[in-house]
Design a protein around this ligand. Sequence first.
Ligand SMILES: O=C(O)CCC(=O)C(=O)O
Ligand SMILES: [Fe+2]
Length: 191
Amino acid sequence: MLDFLELDDGGLLHFQPNFLPAEVSDRCFEQLRDQVDWHQKPALFGHMQPRLSASFGDVGVTYRYSGTVNIALPWIAPLLEIKQRIESVFGSYNFCLLNRYRSGADSMGMHADDEPGMGNVIGSVSLGASRSFRIRHNRTKETRTFPAGNGTLIIMAGTMQQFCKHDVPKTKADVGERINLTFRQIAMETN
Ligand SMILES: O=C(O)CCC(=O)C(=O)O
Ligand SMILES: [Fe+2]
């Protein structure tokens, strides 16, 4: 069983640098960067998301969040390889959202992944440049920062999405590209 940090109000977080061997991280980073059809998606109020993204998963899985509809493309080899490695230690997943941060100017704002139909276990793997992954408790405002580097695994579980938010802030440091994979279990839409 993995060790989980116990957050206030029942959130659980597992943080494991170098979960993937460096050669797997390096190869998967290059394969995903070069093979995936990356898109910059619209955000709220006519803005664009400050990053690129893509969605993969089992046939028929659709993930809707902040006004975007993301129909899963069929799994590709590097994603299946990493999915199997995470599933061998924790959880099971039918969808993966990929985010590509091209430089320190790309980011993800504070949010929770608490959409209806979203399983409470999210397995997140980072590839490429290291960026700060921050979590903030909604009530206590306690904030913690984890360095999400090449091959790092972060698992969010328990009630974390109900009581905490997380982000990847912009940085002025001269950082290279980072690709993050969040594996999720999403309920199939029945209508
Ligand atoms: O890039 C990251 O580490 C976080 C990604 C994230 O929070 C998400 O995809 O919902
Ligand atoms: Fe998230």
